[in-house]
Design a protein around this ligand. Structure first.
Ligand code: 13P
Ligand code: SF4
Length: 325
């Protein structure tokens, strides 16, 4: 558990990140959440796209999808509250099936997870017999159960190369799949899913941006279309992007991803100026501070995965966790 979340007052955690008046309004809710965490023996895992009040105010641990899966697997807490979207909560349940996993809003979905079903995977297997199936973690438990192995944006190339085949089926993000194809000699069979947040960026807008801000560094998530990634100085998972900014300390940067990323990193990187553009993920934004409080108070909404599906999905996730990234 992060020491910052256990002993700092709400004001200390959010000082310099949010205006004083906002901190004063949020402090009682943060206090309630801390008390509920204690009484429920709960831990709050937060994705990097959470708003700063959650990310800096109540998260015990935070990270990209890969880190959240690893953290969920090893936590001692009885209750895992996932401040993220549904597939992340499902993954936490899959890797740690004896825990109670809560999500504040069941409708916090993902356009990628909605792009493919278990039946689609079975049809692909019939079409490409013997070709292994790699599925991005941004999928339902049912799809993970049909796959050979999962991957995240933080380990996709290593996972594809770990299989030792010259061909793989890669699901469901066509842009992440195209990016992986550019990093390896392995033949990648793609599916036409995409992220509703990242597919909206264009290479053209970034070229205009670079002309307007000479010297600006452009860093992008691999769910963006190829012409966007070609314009980028760095491509990586959300955790990879944060690490890059902290290490490189650029004077000016644009993070081509969800808007809260810049807000969260800006608080920890005062030497860097963060500029637009960014897009909001409507699913991630369903998770709010009061929603987290209500979720812990009423023990809702519990994420349940059918035990047979969970066992099969667990094999795909565990295989991924064994791959070194
Ligand atoms: P990361 O695994 O890079 O955090 O990405 C998750 C996600 O949903 C990005 O849109
Ligand atoms: Fe899904 Fe895209 Fe939102 Fe990530 S940003 S949760 S991939 S819709």
């Amino acid at each position: 558990m992060s020491p910052a979340a256990t002993w700092m007052s709400p004001r200390e955690r959010l000082d310099g990140i949010l205006p004083d008046i906002e901190i004063a309004a949020l402090a009682p809710v943060i206090q309630e959440i801390e008390e509920l965490k204690e009484s429920r023996n709960a831990v709050v895992l937060a994705h990097n796209y959470m708003t700063p009040d959650i990310y800096h105010g109540v998260a015990d641990m935070k990270g990209d999808s890969l880190a959240l899966a690893r953290l969920a697997k090893k936590t001692d807490a009885e209750v895992i509250l996932m401040a993220g979207v549904h597939f992340m909560a499902e993954t936490a349940k899959i890797v740690n099936q004896r825990k109670t996993v809560l999500i504040p809003d069941m409708d916090a979905g993902c356009s990628l997870a909605d792009a493919i079903t278990g039946a689609d995977v079975r049809l692909l297997r019939e079409r490409y017999p013997g070709v292994p199936v790699v599925t991005y973690v941004n999928t339902s438990a049912e799809v993970k159960a049909e796959a050979d192995i999962c991957c995240t944006s933080g380990n996709a190339v290593q996972v594809v190369e770990s299989l030792g085949t010259d061909r793989v089926i890669f699901l469901p993000d066509q842009f992440l799949g195209q990016w992986v194809a550019g990093q390896t000699d392995i033949d990648i069979i793609l599916w036409e899913g995409s992220c509703m947040v990242h597919e909206r960026f264009t290479g053209e807008e970034l070229r205009v941006y670079r002309d307007m801000h000479p010297g600006i560094q452009i860093i992008a998530h691999p769910e963006c279309p190829s012409d966007v990634l070609e314009e980028a100085d760095f491509v990586g998972s959300t955790a990879g992007m944060i690490k890059w900014v902290k290490t490189e300390q650029p004077r000016q940067v644009v993070m081509v991803t969800e808007c809260s990323m810049s807000d969260n990193v800006a608080a920890e990187s005062p030497e860097t100026e963060f500029t637009q553009p960014c897009n909001l993920c409507p699913h991630m934004k369903r998770i709010t501070l009061t929603g987290i409080r209500d979720s812990l108070r009423d023990m809702k909404h519990e994420v349940i995965v059918d035990p047979t599906v969970a066992e099969q999905a667990s094999a795909s996730v565990e295989r991924m966790l064994e791959v070194r990234a």
